[in-house]
Design a protein around this ligand. Sequence first.
Ligand SMILES: NC(=O)c1ccc[n+]([C@@H]2O[C@H](COP(=O)([O-])OP(=O)(O)OC[C@H]3O[C@@H](n4cnc5c(N)ncnc54)[C@H](O)[C@@H]3O)[C@@H](O)[C@H]2O)c1
Length: 276
Amino acid sequence: MTGLLAGKTALIFGIANERSLAWGIARRMYEHGARIGLAYAADRLRRRVEPLAAKVDARFLARCDLARDEEIDELFARARTELAGIDILVHAVAYADRNELGGDFSQTSRAGFHLAMDISVYTLIALTRAALPLMRPGSSILTLSYYGAQKVAPNYNVMGVAKSALESSVRYLAAELGSREVRVNAISAGPVRTLSAQGVTGFRSAETEYGRASPMRRNITSDDVGDAAVWLSSPMARNVTGEVLYVDGGYNIVAGGLRPRRTGPSSGDAPSRRKP
Ligand SMILES: NC(=O)c1ccc[n+]([C@@H]2O[C@H](COP(=O)([O-])OP(=O)(O)OC[C@H]3O[C@@H](n4cnc5c(N)ncnc54)[C@H](O)[C@@H]3O)[C@@H](O)[C@H]2O)c1
């Protein structure tokens, strides 16, 4: 317990189950002293979310379909009385029709495009606007992105375009809100086996590729994302805003992927094969 977030209140959107990145973030923020509020999308998730909320002594737990403005308004009306102020807003939300996450990108439908952009991008703007009156100076807003925003990732398709727009929205919001002492950043996470991730065709190959070809030669976990979120939301990151922080074992710095680390007698570095 280092208490980097002692005295702070975090309102976290996007928890579906114990695999959710939102849960990794909630758990780590709680361990660092934050008071936790959680919001989930639909009634069918309550059974899974309630026991998790209890584990982090959640002061606030609400259902909110972010596709509906009136539900966002209701949630923040409740938050105003039950939480008083907010220091950390976490947007760990994305959605696209499964049919859009595979096959040819040129086949993206108009409806599929609108849906992905609405839930995965616009909701960050809507949540920021609704939360701002409750946000104290020194506050932090965080969202979650993926490398498919920057480079073509197989099958990521419309979600890649949505993540590009999300990262751009982070910069526009950060530029606007800096003068109010509110910071806005994104964490670009490597693949983690969550409910949403498994909806992307070929997700397992991406996971294998990151584990094999990233500088750290391993996959990340939701705890890694949670730890980065704690730092980004703490006073230690007080002059960091508008950024996309990669938590991906370094995968994004490498062109074409690294070769597996060679060990043992067949290694080119093995003494027996060195010239004297
Ligand atoms: N898992 C990965 O590999 C990975 C990598 C990089 C980025 N991300 C991003 O992390 C974020 C969290 O995803 P996750 O991987 O934890 O999966 P997840 O399925 O656990 O979380 C996605 C959440 O979005 C919520 N959501 C969808 N539509 C909603 C709506 N209309 N209203 C409110 N909430 C809604 C879902 O209920 C769910 O809780 C997403 O933005 C995702 O793109 C995930």
